[in-house]
Design a protein around this ligand. Structure first.
Ligand code: NAD
Ligand code: TDX
Length: 339
């Protein structure tokens, strides 16, 4: 099979490319990425030079480029990770999220339709369901939970999901969608909670916790997300949505304190800052469909996975320190220093 993976120089796409290139030497993996601020070719280093791997730089929303690429490469499967992915950035600049997350997705769908692709998989998020109240631990998102988004980011992802499902219903395109909870693990860009807190704690800098720190996220190791997507593209039913999550709910404060403890840093580094606008309270996934239909079972629990992840950041300082010295500094200055 020839598989197009978009966004493979980012966090989850990068981990997925490593997983697929190593697991399926007989398949060809083409990694298409625009290399935005979040894309990093250093992330692709472990697979560079492998005979079943190729990198192409380009924009999923560039129609001519995408159609030329599909004409040339004759892909069997497309897995779309490429996105603007950070909620805080979407609050500052919603339009770039519409362009990549919505128009980029419809461009790929049109190309898949024209070139008769065998499977299009959309990597979506639990954020399309909105949030759950903090005082109802009995509630979980299922695939039937109505879409009810809070941020420009989640709205753009929900819009994309609806286009994906419409292309199935209207044109019969063989699509699947996965909606995963918060990922953590290697190669996570240091604007997101876990790598941000690790890198700042190591530098003895303050750790900006939004609001009360009581908001809850449901954490899944990126490896378990990759396994789920692989299962869905091979055995998932077309036209279906699969929730992905491992029942690892933690408050943000719990996560931050776990990181401080592992690094032997004081809790006095925690600094409560202005809350995120429209901040979702709690995410919690019910993954029963994926478990019962496709036999998916996560390998990691959060308590061991987070320790391994912290160790990865300690062992790979060069990877994230290069990022912190570049363009990200301007964004960071605006978000956390100028405020
Ligand atoms: P990321 O920001 O780390 O990576 C996104 C990648 O997409 C980058 O390499 C970037 O260069 C590339 N990209 C951006 N715009 C592009 C364009 N127009 N054309 C081609 N490439 C482009 O994001 P991530 O955290 O790895 O998320 C990947 C996908 O998974 C996203 O679709 C996101 O919505 C979804 N998701 C993320 C999480 C999470 O916890 N991070 C959870 C659930 C779902
Ligand atoms: O500095 C911070 N302080 C803080 O308290 C940052 C960056 C975040 N937070 C809070 C906000 C959230 O409640 O931590 C939580 C996690 O924040 P992010 O890492 O920004 O992730 P989140 O907003 O939950 O979204 C993530 O999971 C779902 C991904 O970025 C999305 O792409 C994915 O769809």
């Amino acid at each position: 099979m020839k598989i197009l993976v978009t966004g493979g120089a980012g966090f989850i796409g990068g981990n997925f490319v490593h997983y697929m290139v190593n697991k399926y030497p007989e398949d060809m993996i083409v990694n298409l990425d625009l290399l935005t601020y979040a894309g990093n070719l250093e992330t692709c280093k472990p697979v560079e030079g492998k005979p079943n791997y190729k990198f192409v730089k380009g924009d999923i929303a560039d129609r001519k480029f995408i159609f030329d690429l599909f004409e040339k490469e004759k892909f069997d499967v497309v897995v779309n990770f490429a996105a603007e992915s950070h909620v805080d950035r979407s609050i500052e600049d919603p339009e770039s999220f519409v362009r990549t997350n919505v128009m980029g997705t419809t461009t790929l769908l049109d190309a898949c339709n024209q070139y008769g692709i065998k499977r299009y998989h959309q990597v979506s998020t639990d954020e399309v369901y909105g949030d759950l109240p903090l005082d109802r631990p009995d509630l979980f998102f299922t695939e039937e939970t109505p879409l009810h988004t809070s941020s420009p980011y989640s709205s753009s992802k929900a819009a994309a999901d609806l286009f994906v499902l419409a292309y199935h219903r209207t044109y019969g395109l063989p699509v699947t969608i996965s909606r995963c909870s918060n990922n953590y693990g290697p190669y996570h860009f240091p604007e997101k909670l876990i790598p941000l807190m690790i890198s700042r704690a190591l530098a003895d800098e303050s750790l900006p916790v939004y609001g009360t720190g009581e908001n809850v996220r449901d954490w899944l190791h990126v490896y378990d997300h990759c396994v789920a997507i692989d299962l869905i593209i091979r055995n998932g039913r077309v036209g279906e949505v699969y929730n992905v999550g491992g029942h690892n709910e933690r408050t943000n404060l719990q996560v931050v304190k776990t990181i401080l403890k592992a690094l032997d840093k004081p809790e006095s580094l925690i600094k409560y800052v202005e809350d995120r606008k429209g901040h979702d309270l709690r995410y919690a996934i019910d993954p029963t469909k994926l478990e019962t239909e496709l036999g998916w079972k996560p390998k990691y629990n959060f308590d061991t996975g987070i320790q391994q992840t912290i160790q990865w950041y300690l062992d790979n300082k060069e990877w994230w320190q290069n990022i912190l010295s570049g363009e990200y500094q301007n964004y960071f200055q605006k978000m956390y220093v100028d405020k």
